[in-house]
Design a protein around this ligand. Structure first.
Ligand code: SAH
Length: 539
């Protein structure tokens, strides 16, 4: 392409694109973009890739323009090195404008981002005051305090005049309940909400939603007042609102709409405290509640052990975690992926219910928590006890639970053995610590009779040494002694071992708790060195 063409193309892209990638020497790229640079909040993010595709350099717009993230992305794709030079990334300091963003927290723009960010990068003490408990993500180098002192990160839904420099974070903690009579105008609803928030000293940036009764779902004045302020509108059945205790119930309202309160009950529909009891204008009523803090709990699968098999979603969940809970060995697996500033809470093997409760408790305090398991978190791991414990909270548990799936041991082992899971298969844990052996035996018999390939988890430990041999005998009742059996120890970890034997020759002594055993079906055979369960119909 001619030099003139590049210039024109770049000028066109500058005004129409969010991000620009330039494949050329950094020097040439700098000369080309120099006349176009204006304001880092408006300019596109620019990434420069050298002709040999060795480096992806985030040139300008690292944070605001998304160039840092794009450089990392391109580098991963090209197997190149990302060159990111903005101070907060270089020093592993959180980008203040992103703090809490994953959890709906907004930064008040006129805060002193540069001053507080500068203090963090230079290692000066920075304080964090959470007036409202809300998940933020890890904040290395920050000290949590009880009273405001600059430089400060302040999490609050109140209108404040903090000591400077201070960055104010607005959690989505306020729920505005609205009632109105038919035909109310958007101005009347909006003015009443604005005046109510102002009189109570509450920030509109912290409004999570406007809530009302289903019967008002099409009330144009309410809809417009919410939409113009960028707030979602939530509507609730009168029957639900009627169950919420409020300070000012009204028999007249109950007779008209089927609930003694609309505004106060709607404001309280996510629990929490009523900050402003109902205020009225001619045709509208408004009340404001601060909902209970909503913590975040990520149930994170780490895969079998190789960092390359840690799902990208798991990495993202860990990067947002303030506290990471898990069995000691799994925490070690996660540690290289944790951001600086994330606390870890190791717990001993066993006592999974206590571990689940602890993670839920931390999240209920309004934190972002990750609970890690090896393999898949839903397979003989922490997802089940956590969901069981959280169910006790009722449907409105104040915790958002995210479950990140991963590669379970059977799949990891299968990939090392060939294609043993190519047709129908099942998993059976031989651990009789929580399940009576007679249940396990019944399932082994059913799997044997049903001709499933069987993945045996928890096959043998120092104290459970006879179960594997009994499982072998049950399967032999329905399968040939030559049935291929894969024995995989420490799949995708250092010193992994992969062996193929037969059901007759399987030696339990070669198996331990770090092993998964894959027993073939009647159709499983060896294809060269690979174990294979063909997909076709029975021959
Ligand atoms: N959540 C895990 C399973 C936990 S149960 C998963 O999805 O993989 C623990 C059992 O899983 C171990 O006793 C062993 O049988 C098996 N296992 C887990 N990781 C393994 C690995 N890397 N190699 C072989 N077996 C493994």
């Amino acid at each position: 392409m001619q030099d003139g063409n590049v210039r024109d193309a770049l000028r066109a892209a500058w005004s129409s694109c969010d991000r620009v990638v330039m494949v050329m020497a950094v020097g040439a790229a700098v000369r080309l973009i120099a006349p176009l640079l204006d304001d880092k909040r408006r300019d596109p993010g620019v990434v420069c890739v050298d002709d040999a595709t060795r480096f992806a350099v985030a040139l300008t717009g690292g944070h605001e323009g998304g160039a840092n993230a794009l450089a990392e992305h391109i580098a991963a794709y090209l197997r190149a090195t990302a060159v990111v030079t903005t101070a907060s990334d270089a020093f592993d300091v959180p980008t203040l404008v992103d703090v809490g963003a994953a959890f709906g927290v907004r930064t008040e723009r006129d805060g002193d981002l540069a001053a507080v960010g500068g203090a963090l990068v230079s290692g000066a003490p920075v304080n964090l005051l959470r007036e409202v408990a809300w998940p933020l993500g890890p904040l290395p180098g920050v000290t949590e305090v009880d009273a405001p002192a600059a430089p400060l990160l302040l999490v609050t839904d109140r209108v404040v005049d903090p000591p400077r420099p201070c960055v104010v974070y607005r959690p989505p903690s306020l729920v505005v309940g609205v009632g109105a009579s038919r035909g109310v105008t958007a101005d009347e609803v909006g003015d009443l909400i604005d005046a109510t928030l102002a009189a109570a000293g509450l920030s509109s940036l912290s409004v999570a939603c406007v809530a009302t009764v289903d019967a008002k779902a099409d009330e144009a004045g309410i809809i417009e007042a919410a939409v113009t302020r960028g707030w979602p509108l939530v509507t609730l059945p009168a029957g639900v609102l009627a169950t919420i205790a409020v300070p000012h119930p009204s028999a007249v309202v109950a007779a008209a709409v089927g609930t003694p309160s609309v505004a106060e009950a709607a404001a309280l529909h996510r629990g929490g405290d009523l900050l402003v009891a109902k205020r009225k204008s001619t045709r509208a009523t408004v009340a404001v509640a601060r909902r209970a803090p909503r913590g975040h709990l990520a149930l994170v699968s780490l895969g079998p052990g190789d960092p390359e098999l840690v799902p990208a979603r798991a990495r993202r969940a860990l990067a947002r975690a303030e506290v990471v809970v898990g069995y000691t060995a799994y925490l070690d697996l996660a540690r290289p992926l944790l951001p600086r500033g994330a606390a870890t809470e190791p717990s001993p093997l066993g006592d999974e219910v206590a571990r689940a409760r602890r993670a839920l408790d931390l999240a209920r305090q309004g934190r972002s928590v990750a609970l890690v398991s090896s393999g898949d978190v839903g397979v003989y791991a922490m997802a089940a006890p956590t969901i069981e414990s959280s169910a006790g909270d009722g449907a409105e548990a104040p915790v958002d639970v995210e479950i990140v799936p991963g590669v379970t041991a059977a799949q990891a082992a299968a990939s090392l053995l060939g294609a043993p899971l190519g047709h129908d298969h099942c998993a059976i844990s031989l651990s009789d610590l929580l399940t009576p052996w007679r249940d396990i035996r019944r399932r082994l018999r059913a799997a044997a009779a049903g001709d499933f390939v069987v993945a045996l988890y928890n096959p043998r430990s120092a104290t459970r040494d006879w179960q594997l041999d009994e499982a072998r005998r049950i399967l032999l009742a329905h399968r040939s002694p030559d049935t291929p059996v894969g024995v995989v120890r420490d799949a995708y970890r250092t010193a992994s071992s992969v062996q193929v034997t037969t059901l007759a020759a399987l030696d339990p002594a070669t198996v331990d708790m770090r092993t998964v055993v894959l027993v073939g079906s009647t159709r499983t055979r060896m294809a060269g060195r690979w174990m294979l369960t063909p997909r076709g119909a029975t021959t």
